[in-house]
Design a protein around this ligand. Structure first.
Ligand code: ADP
Ligand code: MG
Length: 662
């Protein structure tokens, strides 16, 4: 059922929902809260300055509305908080006036200023229930929490129509609650125990479903024929001998595995897992060369335009002595330019095309595509992964590169459809990034160091995770940080903000300004452009570092130290227990850090902000839920092997979708 059939969803709301990928009632019901607020009423006397609180009050005077300008008003009244008479102010709620009757009990949400005896409310609630667990959802501009909550309530009446993807035997085996129950509990929990029950069910379901697909693809891939080539080892050796560096053992092993794949008639589906800076690009370059020498075209897909451009520059450089035509294809090119490239690709005049997902465009048709390389593959979904390979007449070989080092056992569950190569050792050449943990009270030291680096002409990344508290501007914390930095540096240093909710084009523009040095300090809200090279950036400052997973911290740190200069990474955290952060401080080995990360994550904190991770599951977190992942993968493999799926329409459909049954 589509959401427009829900009562109260108009065209405008529909558009916003569609924008965030919600089309059906099921999509809406699986738009899970990212945290829960444990609402506990406080007395006004208990509040500390700037504390966000829920306070029960009784209205003492009729509210007055003040219109300041269009779309901007405030409402003000007095109220009794216990014995105390306080002033209340709330912006843009003129429409509440008729509901705020004298003598009525309401709940104020907001902050109290004792000096002014005034309460600045961000919301007013009429539900007086204490000890309520309030779900919090990620909102986007234009989507109000109240609208989402209302739509969700309507959708929750329909949970019985929602399919339970967990096959019955497994529901029984693990005592999992019914799907409809789980949806009710996750969106409207009465107790913490209910949230836990719901999460276990929904996480298991998601991972079972995912690993079923992966396990099915694994079997399919084993039987897919591809191109058989003769490898021109002499030319490759010559190319290798002219490189300005000697390859590491792991690079050599990986190259051997890749060339082996290209040689056999089984289609290559190989994932190269290696830390940032471990030298994965050269592996792809050799594969492209071997493919070219056998007379085939190659395509190289990167997740962002900037990354595609950087690869274009460096790969063209590698091939400068060879007769190999390289083109760069990006979405924003003029249509005439694009058409020219399309034609050249179709006529076989281009040997290698590098680009973003613009490569998936229907208009791109190759003469004889033999190899596809996908960089930062974890940023592409399974569907996108497959779209590009469909372009080859023969079924091109595919090489995936990923800078997310994870332990082998987990990699096998998540990417089991692919063969794995791991590059564990890094080329020894650069200075290691110095990592330092600081408390917020020591911020002066950090600012001092920042200024020092700026004076040396270097650039700085600052990362500050969004701390979504209440409805009031989520970006507040980041904007405030920018103000503070501007104050500290007396407005002399160009600073910019980049965040996940910006349009890709806008993000690219800012990244470009950072790349060309116009911007000196770049504040971002999360792990954005993975893999990008800003050689001049020597410092990474991460606020609220405890909110990130270790792997994410390591990933962020990888953005600096991409030059011969000494680079620094500051982890700022006020948490008393720094044992997690110490792992990152003491090691720069991504595989080691990742292993620790998997080890240390216990049952996740239900109330905490979900740690920024790297796989995009709706509710599962591969590190937090790693045990469930291993189990679900085992179960789904058995479900597939023993053909238990027969008569389960959903799973039969999945197999049909990936052409497994024929
Ligand atoms: P990543 O694995 O992060 O994609 P790259 O392939 O971009 O890493 O390599 C990072 C840098 O290391 C590049 O500048 C590359 O030229 C260099 N490099 C790669 N392999 C070696 C090596 N064996 N010895 C020295 N430098 C290397
Ligand atoms: Mg790379």
């Amino acid at each position: 059922m589509n959401i427009e059939q829900l009562k109260g969803i108009g065209p405008k709301t529909l558009e916003i929902f569609n924008k965030i990928g919600i089309y059906t009632v099921e999509d809406l019901l699986t738009y899970y809260p990212f945290k829960y607020l444990n609402i506990n009423f406080k007395r006004i006397e208990e509040l500390t300055e700037n504390e966000m609180a829920y306070v029960k009050v009784r209205i003492a005077t009729l509210p007055k509305v003040y219109y300041i300008r269009r779309n901007f008003n405030y409402l003000s009244f007095s109220a009794f908080a216990g014995e105390k008479l306080i002033n209340v102010k709330i912006f843009n709620r003129a429409f509440l006036k008729q509901h705020l009757l004298m003598g009525k009990d309401i709940v104020l949400v907001g902050k109290y200023n004792e000096l002014k005896n005034s309460f600045m409310a961000s919301d007013i609630r009429f539900n007086l229930e204490n000890h309520k667990l309030e779900p919090k959802y990620h909102l986007v501009s234009g989507l109000k929490e109240s609208v989402l909550t209302k739509a969700m309530a309507k959708a929750l009446e329909l949970t019985h129509d929602i399919y339970d993807y967990v096959p019955e035997p497994y529901n029984t085996k693990y005592d999992l609650i019914a799907k409809s129950q789980a949806l009710e509990y996750i969106h409207r929990p009465k107790t913490i125990a209910e949230i836990k029950l719901a999460k276990i069910k929904l996480i298991y379901e998601e991972l079972f479903n995912y690993t079923f697909k992966i396990n099915a693809l694994k079997i399919k891939n084993r039987h897919t024929l591809g191109i058989k080539r003769e490898i021109n080892q002499d030319s490759i050796n010559e190319f290798l001998s002219e490189l300005p560096f000697k390859l590491t053992t792991d690079q050599l092993t990986t190259i051997k595995e890749v060339l082996g794949d290209l040689e056999t008639d089984q289609r290559m589906n190989r994932l190269v897992l290696g830390d940032v800076g471990s030298g994965k690009t050269i592996v792809a370059v050799i594969a492209i060369l071997a493919n070219h020498l056998s007379g085939y075209q190659s395509a190289f897909m990167a997740p962002t335009e900037i990354l595609a451009k950087q690869h274009y520059e460096s790969i063209k450089n590698y091939f400068s002595q060879l007769n190999l035509n390289v083109a760069l294809l990006m979405g924003h090119l003029k249509s005439k330019e694009k058409t020219e490239i399309y034609t050249a690709i179709a006529e076989g005049k281009i040997d290698l095309v590098i680009g973003t997902h613009a490569l998936i465009n229907d208009k791109v048709a190759f003469q004889n595509l033999g190899l596809v390389v996908i960089d930062e593959q974890h940023l592409f979904g399974v569907k996108q992964r497959n779209a590009l390979q469909e372009k080859g007449q023969m079924g091109p070989d595919v090489l995936y590169l990923s800078a997310t080092p994870i332990p082998r056992s987990y990699a096998l569950c998540l990417y089991g459809d692919l063969d794995l190569s791991m590059i564990k050792t890094k080329p020894k050449m650069r200075k290691e990034v110095k990592t330092i943990i600081k408390k917020e009270t020591e911020i002066k030291d950090v600012l001092f160091k920042m200024l020092e680096e700026i004076k040396l002409g270097h650039q700085i990344f600052v990362v500050s995770p969004l701390i979504e508290e209440e409805e009031e501007g989520e970006l507040n914390s980041v904007n405030k940080l920018k103000e503070k930095l501007n104050m500290a540096f007396k407005d002399q240093v160009p600073i910019a903000i980049i965040h996940g909710k910006m349009k890709q084009k806008q993000k690219d523009e800012i990244m470009n300004d950072f790349l060309n040095g116009t911007i000196k300090i770049l504040i971002s809200t999360t792990v954005i452009e993975v893999g990008i090279d800003i050689p001049n950036a020597t410092m990474m400052v991460i606020f609220n570092a405890e909110r990130f997973g270790l792997a994410a911290l390591h990933q962020l740190r990888g953005r600096v130290g991409r030059n011969d200069l000494q680079s620094y990474c500051y982890l700022i955290s006020n948490s008393e227990n720094n044992s997690r952060l110490k792992v990152v401080e003491e090691s720069t080995d991504g595989f080691y850090i990742s292993e620790k990360d998997f080890e240390q994550r216990g049952q996740g904190d239900l109330f905490g902000v979900k740690q920024s991770g790297d796989m995009t599951f709706k509710i599962a977190d591969i590190r937090q839920d790693s045990k469930i992942l291993l189990q679900a993968s085992k179960d789904s493999e058995k479900y597939l092997k023993d053909q238990e799926y027969l008569n389960n329409k959903h799973y039969e459909q999945i197999l049909e979708d990936i052409n497994f049954l024929d």
